[in-house]
Design a protein around this ligand. Structure first.
Ligand SMILES: C[S@@+](CC[C@H](N)C(=O)[O-])C[C@H]1O[C@@H](n2cnc3c(N)ncnc32)[C@H](O)[C@@H]1O
Length: 229
């Protein structure tokens, strides 16, 4: 079987939600248009709105994003930052980095959003300040979320949110009937990631079946409370 793009949410429900979820910010609407025309994968409109609501609710001082692409979601999240707040966003594709920096500059956010050109798989373990981020958004290499989890939890403040996109992967994560053989590694790792999130002693997680599947995890137990140091 090939991908069933409508495996998670039926098309008429998606159309309805999207009709109601219009992007009112002109600059972001322009980036959505650019992404659609240039096949750049950015968060789906309903996931963008969820990110926006969660960020404004949390009013974070520091956000870490894995997977910047052209800077769309980091610009979106910057609108919910506390005054003086900062975003670090990781991207390993050089052309994407250059485009993201250009967009962030055009949005007047160069002092707020730092695009780091790095492979997130390595970079997270080099950040040595623990519990510094209020929100971590994983939207990069899906097959590596499970290996990033320890660092993500370590870097997140107690009360912080870990948000992970594409965890249902066109429904394949949930059901072998929607499984494409060549995606076996990524799907098995996403399944392991979801199991790890749902049983993690420091997190309370919710799996949302919107867009391509999103998890929202609240860090309820600090590293000190768990490990005693
Ligand atoms: C889905 S896109 C991100 C979209 C962006 N968050 C948005 O919604 O505007 C995923 C991005 O992650 C990047 N990526 C994939 N693996 C990566 C890695 N190991 N380290 C850093 N970036 C990575 C890809 O190059 C791609 O630009």
């Amino acid at each position: 079987m090939e991908y069933d793009l409508n495996a998670i949410v039926t098309p008429y429900v998606t159309s309805y939600i999207r009709e109601k979820t219009k992007q009112s910010d002109e600059f972001l609407a322009g980036l959505e248009k650019y992404a659609a025309e240039n096949n750049v994968p950015i968060v789906e409109p309903e996931t963008a709105r969820l990110l926006s609501v969660l960020t404004k609710l949390k009013q974070p001082e520091r956000i870490l994003e894995v997977g910047c692409a052209i800077g769309y979601s980091s610009i979106l999240m910057s609108k919910g930052l506390k005054e003086g707040g900062k975003i670090t966003t990781l991207e390993y594709d050089h052309d994407m980095v250059m485009t993201a920096r250009k967009n962030i500059d055009a949005a007047g956010l160069s002092d707020t959003i730092n695009v780091v050109e790095a492979d997130a798989k390595d970079y997270l373990s080099y950040i040595d300040e623990d519990e510094i981020f209020d929100i971590i958004f994983l939207d990069g290499p899906k097959a590596h979320y499970v290996y990033m989890l320890d660092d993500a939890v370590r870097l997140l403040k107690k009360g912080g949110l870990l948000i992970s996109d594409n965890i249902l992967f066109k429904g394949m994560t949930a059901d072998d009937d929607h499984f494409v053989r060549r995606k076996v590694t990524i799907i098995n790792r996403l399944r392991d990631y979801i199991d790890a999130l749902m049983t993690h002693p420091q997190l309370e997680s919710s799996i949302l079946s919107q867009g391509d599947g999103v998890t929202v995890s609240l860090k309820t137990v600090s590293d000190f409370e768990r490990f005693g140091y």
